[in-house]
Design a binder for this molecule. Sequence first.
Ligand SMILES: *[C@@H]1O[C@H](CO)[C@@H](O)[C@H](O)[C@H]1NC(C)=O
Ligand SMILES: *[C@@H]1O[C@H](CO)[C@@H](O)[C@H](O)[C@H]1NC(C)=O
Ligand SMILES: *[C@@H]1O[C@H](CO)[C@@H](O)[C@H](O)[C@H]1NC(C)=O
Ligand SMILES: *[C@@H]1O[C@H](CO)[C@@H](O)[C@H](O)[C@H]1NC(C)=O
Length: 407
Amino acid sequence: MKASKSWRSLMMKQHLLFDVGVCGAKMRQLPFMGVVCIIMLFIIYRTTNYQHQQTEMDSKFYPFYTLKDSGVGTSSLNALPHGIIEAKSDLELKPLWATSSSKSEVSVRSSYNLLAMPVGIKQKQNVDTIVQKFLSENFTIILFHYDGNLDGWRDLAWSREAIHIVAHNQTKWWFAKRFLHPAIVSIYDYIFLWDEDLGVEKFHPGRYLRIVKSEGFEISQPALDPNSTGIHHRITIRNRMKRFHRRVYDARGSTKCSDASEGPPCTGFVEGMAPVFSRSAWHCAWHLIQNDLVHGWGMDMKLGYCAQGDRTKKVGVVDSEYVVHQSIQTLGGSSARKVPKLEETVKRHTVDVRSEIRRQSTIELQTFTERWERAVKGDKRWVDPFPSTRRRKVRRNRSNSRRQSNV
Ligand SMILES: *[C@@H]1O[C@H](CO)[C@@H](O)[C@H](O)[C@H]1NC(C)=O
Ligand SMILES: *[C@@H]1O[C@H](CO)[C@@H](O)[C@H](O)[C@H]1NC(C)=O
Ligand SMILES: *[C@@H]1O[C@H](CO)[C@@H](O)[C@H](O)[C@H]1NC(C)=O
Ligand SMILES: *[C@@H]1O[C@H](CO)[C@@H](O)[C@H](O)[C@H]1NC(C)=O
């Protein structure tokens, strides 16, 4: 993008030189034309300069703000000198004053990674295990407390190193949309947006990242141990013989997966419970998360569009570092396939919470699908990078309905 911009400004300069040449020739013939030329030159200069400034400003903000869509225009910043605006931010806890140790830490750290997890106090022990693993690899930790219980965590040694956000009864996608804005997390190379009920005994974040980097996975997940509960797609199951895989082969079931498969759920697919995003992939995925749809249904099928290229290559499942999905029913989880087991609540209330959430999720899936289709129709410039999805529509429809009956 940068290249094309500077190319454009180069073109403008050439244009300007050309005009000067024309003006020079004309000036000898008609002195009056000289005045016109000077005015013209001035106008060209002003427009070019303005456009240049605008371009510079757009390119500075573009990665973080989608100006047109957010309703926040650059003009609201006109009173500030450009250089004062910091485009990036992070979630690091800063010391109140510079000590010698904080200085040395800055020089030591070459990469930053983030673990973000919705948590409830009932999962304290497992969350503790997960966080300790990630802390030993210098991850930054942000916890989203959906049950409102923060005090219960204070006794853990790492609690003060983590960032805690509390909001009652909110979902993972609600939190992620509001607190993981791409500008705020732009320092992190990889973002782990995980559920709290994953067993990490056989998972090492450092080794995982080495595989992800060497394979160029922009979106990935650790494989699920076959004894996990709640496996919805075969592609996520661990292959003992491999370090990682990009596709699954499965001749059974309604969705046949072979080398010919070009899209989800055979390839280019991860599930919502343990996705890992590169910086660019997260920038895209954050925009895909709908502000008002909180259950995230349907997102997994579209995440491949955020793979920064060919989803059959840039999306992968890591087998050598795997997790056990315990499928504990929590609200914070990736989707309402897992809904709180609120037996007491269910008895007390006449409304069944679980079926209500499931119903809402289904409605959201439909809304999301309709929005996607409307957006595709409305954007004439958009070309589906994965045109095969059109042919697969009928099959996907079937798998969608199977998914709905699964929950
Ligand atoms: C974590 O950071 C410390 C310094 O703060 C450094 O000594 C250590 O090597 C880092 N560990 C990893 C796995 O990067
Ligand atoms: C959260 O949800 C539970 C279960 O539906 C309910 O009992 C509780 O009152 C809710 N809390 C808030 C703050 O809305
Ligand atoms: C699944 O296997 C792992 C070891 O690979 C074991 O630690 C775990 O308890 C098992 N989980 C279930 C639900 O059987
Ligand atoms: C997809 O499924 C819905 C019901 O879930 C149905 O109304 C629709 O006709 C199906 N579309 C195709 C193309 O099969």
